[in-house]
Design a protein around this ligand. Structure first.
Ligand code: PGA
Length: 252
C-alpha cells in the first residue's frame, strides 16, 4: 500500500461533550499507530472541542452547505467548519441522500465548496440492496461518481471516495471480499477516467459494518485504501481495534 490506510470514524448524530474522552483516547492510540492515518467526524457541535482535545488525528464534519453564507437557517458553510478546526468534510452520505433528498448535483456542489474553503472531502457512494440484487451495483456507483465528483485542476488530490453499500450500513452485513474487490476496481477505473493519472492516487475507503474482527480482511483488498466506520467508531476501544488492523495491514 503506497499511502497510509485512512481510517475515519463517522459518529453520525451521536455524542455530547462526554464523548470527548473517546476522542482523546483515539488520539492517544493513533500516536502509537502511525502506520495508519486516523480521523473522526463528530457532530458539528463537537468539532471545536474535539480539535482541542485531539492534536494528531484529523477532525471533520459530516455535511456542509454549498453556499459561502446567506439566508440558510440551520445550515453551516464549509468555511465555518474550517474555522471551527476541521480539516475535512464527509458529503453525500446515504443517510443525507435519503433523509434530506440530496441529489448528486447537491453533493457535487458541497464537495466543490468544501475544496474551495480549503478542506479535503470524503464523497460517499453506494448502491441499495435492490440495486445490487438487480445486478446494477457498479452502474449505480459509477453514475453517482459521475454526478457527485467535482472536476477541476488539483481536485483529485483533495478527494477521497467512500464506497458504502447502503444495505451494509449498520446492519452487520458486508459484501463478499470478491464483491468489495470488484467494486473498488471499478471505482478506480472510473476515477482514472474522470481525473486521468491523478485518479490513480485517490484513496477509496470501504464503509458498512466494518468492525475490529473483519477489518484486516477488508483492508487487505487491493484498492481498499481505508475504512469509513460508523457504529464501531463510537468507542476508542473498538475504533482502535480497527486502526490496529489497518496499521498491521500497512506493515505487510
Ligand atoms: P456502520 O456505518 O459502520 O455503522 O455500518 C458506516 C457509515 O455509515 O459510515
Amino acid at each position: 500500500m503506497s499511502q497510509r490506510p485512512y481510517i475515519v470514524g463517522n459518529w453520525k448524530m451521536h455524542g455530547t461533550r462526554a464523548m470527548l474522552t473517546e476522542a482523546r483516547a483515539i488520539d492517544r492510540g493513533a500516536e502509537r499507530l502511525l502506520k495508519a492515518e486516523v480521523a473522526i467526524a463528530p457532530p458539528t457541535t463537537l468539532i471545536h472541542a474535539a480539535r482541542r482535545e485531539a492534536g494528531l488525528i484529523g477532525i471533520g464534519a459530516q455535511d456542509c452547505h454549498a453556499a459561502e453564507g446567506g439566508p440558510h437557517t440551520g445550515d453551516i458553510s464549509a468555511a465555518m467548519i474550517r474555522d471551527a478546526g476541521a480539516d475535512f468534510v464527509i458529503v453525500g452520505h446515504s443517510e443525507r441522500r435519503q433523509d434530506h433528498g440530496e441529489s448528486n448535483t447537491d453533493v457535487r456542489a458541497k464537495a466543490a465548496a468544501a475544496i474551495a474553503a480549503g478542506l479535503t472531502v470524503i464523497v460517499c457512494v453506494g448502491e441499495t440492496g435492490a440495486e445490487r440484487d438487480a445486478g446494477q451495483a457498479e452502474a449505480v456507483v459509477g453514475a453517482q461518481m459521475e454526478g457527485s465528483l467535482p472536476a477541476g485542476e488539483g481536485v483529485a488530490e483533495r478527494i477521497t471516495v467512500a464506497y458504502e453499500p447502503v444495505w451494509a450500513i449498520g446492519t452487520g452485513r458486508v459484501p463478499s471480499i470478491d464483491d468489495i474487490a470488484a467494486m473498488h476496481r471499478s471505482i478506480r477505473d472510473k476515477l482514472v477516467a474522470l481525473y486521468g493519472e491523478a485518479g490513480a492516487g485517490v484513496r477509496i475507503l470501504y464503509g458498512g459494518s466494518v468492525k475490529p474482527d473483519n477489518a484486516a480482511e477488508i483492508l487487505s483488498v487491493k484498492d481498499v485504501g481505508g475504512a469509513l466506520v460508523g457504529g464501531a467508531s463510537l468507542t476508542a476501544e473498538s475504533f482502535l481495534g480497527i486502526v490496529v488492523a489497518a496499521a498491521e495491514a500497512a506493515s505487510t
